[in-house]
Design a binder for this molecule. Structure first.
Ligand code: SAM
Length: 233
């Protein structure tokens, strides 16, 4: 990481509000609909950020807890009486098979991806649901991203599916929601005049803004939603 985290930066927060990713509440509602009845379900929001989805999980009748590393976000969550704790997704402080649902929205790409998936599998009961949304790469990316963000470790969708299946999950649904990402980019352009203007506001440095624009163009990012359940390994 050469500069601060994208999702915590002022330009991103000003545009996105509490849901720190493309798709916002709409995408979360779609995932919860696909997850099936959640009344009484024990759910984890893995990388919960400011807790936007914790509120939705509770609205759907789930008993939800959020884990994240960012102390500022956790403070915001606690201020709204949401149940959260500080933890790395690669090392969940939860016992085996204790959850019905793991929701992970635009946080997986920021973690040790293999270890996080292994942890999601470990803490879900057999048949428990993994609802994963994140960025995937439609193009080839050379070089390093100048900002830590969900694009940095993005791979093509086939690789995502292989990793999820490799961790013991059976994949039920894959949907492409790149339209949400395009809308978020348009919102950034609207506020900052251009994508370069947006990256300039985030990084504070013209050369980093150029590098971010080039990396973005080469990555050709898309947004996926994936529903899977913990099968027998
Ligand atoms: C793009 S934000 C998404 C937040 C939230 N899921 C949402 O949709 O609003 C990514 C979140 O993942 C968290 N995160 C990144 N790496 C993490 C890790 N290894 N363990 C736990 N949380 C992590 C960040 O602190 C941040 O809150």
């Amino acid at each position: 990481m050469r500069t601060n985290e994208l999702y915590a930066s002022a330009p991103v927060r000003a545009t996105l509000g509490r849901a720190l990713r493309p798709g916002g509440e709409k995408l979360t509602r779609r995932m919860l609909e696909l997850a099936g009845p959640l009344q009484g379900a024990l759910a984890l929001d893995a990388g919960c950020g400011c807790g936007a989805s914790l509120v939705l999980l509770e609205e759907h009748g789930a008993r939800a807890v959020g884990l994240d590393l960012n102390v500022g976000f956790l403070r915001e969550c606690r201020g709204r009486q949401l149940r959260v704790a500080r933890a790395d997704l690669a090392e969940l402080p939860l016992s085996d098979g204790c959850l019905d649902l793991v929701l992970c929205e635009c946080a997986w790409n920021l973690t040790d991806k293999e270890r996080a998936l292994a942890e999601f599998f470990r803490v879900l009961r057999p048949g428990g649901v993994l609802a994963l949304a994140d960025i995937y790469a439609r193009g080839y990316r050379a070089g390093e991203w100048p900002v830590r963000c969900c694009f940095t470790q993005a791979t093509d969708l086939q690789t995502v599916m292989e990793q999820v299946a490799g961790a013991g999950f059976e994949i039920d649904v894959v949907e492409d929601h790149t339209e949400f990402l395009k809308k978020t980019s348009a919102d950034f352009v609207f506020r900052h005049g251009s994508l370069h203007g947006f990256w300039q506001a985030v990084t504070g440095e013209p050369d980093l803004a150029v590098a971010a624009c080039e990396a973005s163009k080469a990555t050709r990012p898309g947004l996926f939603l994936m529903m899977a359940h913990a099968g027998g390994k």
